[in-house]
Design a binder for this molecule. Structure first.
Ligand SMILES: [Cu+2]
Length: 349
């Protein structure tokens, strides 16, 4: 399945679902019980006066490299004629996200999300200016606060079986973008320069994230779709901006019992390359080149949600979602996305 075909299919389902609903009907407001898989942000609204707090742990893993949509070996990368002597071989990103939601009325739900990020990347250094002699491997690490999001969800329609709302978030650049760490150069020296873009913890820019979410429920079935964009408002202080992004996700869920839901989800992500460049990032590695960013990707997710329905468990929700990348086409040379695991706990008052 090509990426283009997939987005056509996703867009078809999304707009069909949307257009089959009288958009502005806005009848009475019962918050539906259904939630999307835990990896979807801003999927549900709350009723007037309700609070919700959440913790999500997300771990992302990348391994190996792609040129466009083909696997490419480290030796091929360093002998391609490009000024590349260091090749990333794997990367792990762990995020801890704390969220709060509050509904001042039935039409509007407010959101806040802060996060703490830990990144680790392993690299292979080749000796000297040319050739394929392996000099050694090294690991760089960064950790700290990521960007902070404040957002609002505005209800367009809500009844017993259907919810449609607009999403709008602002991302505030609280994540630092000048982290450094020790590297191993092809000349066998070990300086600590500013690390390439993927190891930094924020965008450095104010970003807006508009979107629209549709969710339906009938009998034991839940389904929904969300389209969300990330738009960088300006260049950051270091002279660049990360690429804008568009994401379309669609899910279906089945309630096996009142307290257990299973879900499947398909997500298409498109991102642009970096525009501008940080003059302090100048290493002989693909991740230092702003052109080696962006592309498109399709992820398939499977999830379960446990819902507390009685007594002390009421209002509590524990969920897990595992996503694996099934198709990917990158700009230039980039690491290959493997999979993502999200575990979340939510409770509402
Ligand atoms: Cu909530």
């Amino acid at each position: 399945m090509t990426a283009q075909k997939s987005i056509n299919i996703l867009a078809f389902f999304f707009f069909n679902a949307l257009l089959s609903q009288p958009l502005w009907a806005n009848t009475d407001h019962h918050a539906i019980a259904a939630h999307a898989p835990i990896g979807v942000m801003g999927d549900h609204m709350h009723k007037k006066g309700e609070w919700m707090f959440s913790y999500r742990y997300m771990s992302m893993s990348m391994e190996g490299n792609l040129q466009d949509d083909n696997s490419v070996a480290p030796e091929t990368i360093v002998s391609s004629g490009l000024p590349l002597r260091v090749v990333p071989i794997d990367m792990t990103t762990d995020m801890h996200m704390l969220g709060a939601m509050y509904a001042p009325n039935d039409q509007l739900t407010l959101m806040l999300m802060v996060n703490y990020i830990e990144k680790e990347m392993d690299h292979l250094t080749f000796q000297g200016m040319s050739g394929i002699t392996r000099l050694g491997v090294f690991t760089t690490e960064t950790s700290g606060m990521g960007d902070t999001k404040i957002g609002a969800l505005y209800s367009l329609r809500s009844d017993d079986s259907t919810n449609i709302h607009l999403n709008l978030s602002l991302s505030i650049p609280t994540g630092k973008i000048d982290h450094t760490d020790q590297i191993l150069t092809p000349m066998n020296t070990t300086p600590s320069p500013r690390l390439p873009y993927p190891m930094q913890l924020g965008s450095g820019t104010y970003d807006i994230q508009p979107g629209i979410t549709y969710a339906g429920t009938r009998h034991s079935w839940d389904w929904g779709s969300q389209v969300k964009m990330t738009i960088r408002l300006d260049d950051n202080d270091e002279g660049y901006s990360l690429g804008d992004q568009t994401q379309v996700t669609s899910w279906g869920g089945y309630r096996f019992t009142r307290w257990l839901t299973g879900s499947l989800r398909l997500t298409y992500t498109h991102a642009d390359e970096i525009s501008g460049r940080d003059g302090s990032i100048n290493l002989p590695v693909q991740t230092s080149n702003p052109d080696n960013f962006g592309g498109e990707r399709i992820d398939l997710g499977v999830g379960i949600t446990l819902i507390g329905t009685e007594g002390a468990q009421k209002g509590h929700r524990l969920a897990l979602e595992y996503e694996t990348t099934i198709d990917q086409d990158v700009n230039g040379i980039q690491m290959e996305m493997q999979d993502m695991l999200t575990i979340g706990y939510q409770f509402s008052l």
